[in-house]
Design a protein. Structure first.
Ligand code: ASC
Length: 153
């Protein structure tokens, strides 16, 4: 009895938190959701930039800096996708309407990018510069695939 009461209470608490999280999300203004995803993608670009520059020999290779930036890129690559909800197709955004017409493909491209960035972080930690260069290329392609189709210039 005591146990089932406890688990019932836990269930109710969990349900309460889920509702609260849903409510908090629903309350996010479309312009804030747009800003949120833009901020995450901006940090992503700013974290990937030095890695691309190292790969191209524009700045010296620095293993620790590469690993740190790639780790940040991996984390922020997960953030934008929950912020493409209803009402966020208009306003201060370069997101093309095609995103919401091809959501499955958009999600697939977003997943592909996240997988490549995760690999990038893994490779950056090993200190293998040639592998890093290759993976920078693969990651850049994944960024570009989505931008070509779903982002206005
Ligand atoms: C970057 C950046 C992007 C991608 C893309 C790759 O450094 O900011 O959006 O690479 O240009 O093609």
């Amino acid at each position: 009895m005591r146990n089932s009461k406890k688990s019932a209470a836990a269930l109710i608490a969990a349900a309460g938190m889920a509702v609260a999280a849903g409510a908090a999300f629903a309350q996010q203004k479309p312009e804030d959701a747009i800003k949120y995803r833009q901020s995450a993608l901006f940090i992503l670009g700013q974290s990937f930039g030095p890695l691309a520059a190292m790969a191209q020999g524009k700045i010296p290779y620095d293993k620790d800096a590469a690993a740190r930036d790639a780790g940040i890129a991996e984390f922020v690559s997960k953030l934008p996708w929950s912020r493409f909800g209803p009402g966020t197709d208009q306003g201060n955004t370069k997101a093309k309407p095609e995103i919401w017409l091809n959501l499955e493909d958009f999600r697939a491209k977003a997943d592909k990018m996240q997988a490549e960035v995760a690999k990038l972080a893994q490779v950056a930690r090993t200190g293998d510069f040639n592998a890093l260069k290759m993976q920078v290329g693969e990651t850049g392609k994944a960024c570009k695939a989505c931008h070509d189709e779903y982002r206005n210039k």
